[in-house]
Design a protein around this ligand. Structure first.
Ligand SMILES: Cc1cc2nc3c(=O)[nH]c(=O)nc-3n(C[C@H](O)[C@H](O)[C@H](O)COP(=O)(O)O)c2cc1C
Length: 196
């Protein structure tokens, strides 16, 4: 039976991505603790096919330079250069699948990485920080991958921008998902009872 209030349900329902983030971000020790917890997300074979590159301070400007170098036009470069400054901490999400694993397909490994990131975003939210997962074509850019040290067999899945939500950030209310058409029960209660 679902009893409310419940802190996990509350965190899931109240988490909203924050397009603009300010300081403070979690300290290194706090972040490491939360990543340790997020690493418990479901992961077939416990392969942990991910790593994070944390970018803070002036390094964000260097990442912005890499974004700008990868841009297709001067106008795009002008906009790209300041993008990493939208949060005090950027967690670059690097995925590395074990190819041809005997039991765990590559999509399962990608699902494990995604589960970790979503768990981390919920944990951050439940401790008062906010985040947004962003990607873009820059994830493929050699300049960006080189700056972050992403190697050939690895996939850059974007960044979890992390910090504190601006006071004036009022995300519009989320419209509820109509789940009626998204869950199909193979047997209803009556037929199950009849089979017993
Ligand atoms: C893999 C992934 C990549 C995303 N990339 C972007 C992005 O580049 N830019 C963006 O504005 N939102 C992006 N989003 C969506 C936001 O992270 C966020 O989920 C969305 O704005 C809905 O807000 P909510 O999380 O508060 O419901 C991405 C989400 C996922 C899962």
């Amino acid at each position: 039976m679902i009893r409310t209030p419940n802190p996990v349900l509350d965190a899931v329902l109240t988490r909203r991505s924050a397009p603009r983030l300010t300081a403070p971000a979690p300290s290194r020790a706090d972040l490491e603790r939360l990543v340790q917890a997020a690493a418990t997300a479901p992961d077939h074979g416990r392969l942990r096919p991910w790593r994070l590159v944390a970018v803070t301070g002036d390094e964000r400007a260097r990442l912005g330079d890499a974004f700008a170098e990868a841009a297709a036009s001067p106008e795009q470069a002008r906009r790209a250069v300041s993008k990493p400054l939208r949060a005090p901490l950027l967690l670059s999400i690097v995925h590395r699948s074990v190819p041809d694993h005997p039991k765990v397909s590559e999509w399962e490994q990608l699902a494990a990485t995604t589960g970790m990131v979503v768990t981390l975003s919920l944990l951050l939210h439940s401790h008062g920080w906010a985040s947004i997962w962003r990607t873009g074509q820059v994830v493929e850019a050699p300049q960006v991958r080189k700056y972050l040290g992403v190697t050939g067999g690895e996939q850059l899945l974007g960044w979890l921008y992390v910090g504190t939500r601006h006071d004036d950030d009022t995300s519009p209310k989320r419209s509820p998902c109509d789940i009626s058409a998204r869950i199909r029960w193979t047997h209803d209660g009556a037929s199950r009872a009849a089979r017993r």
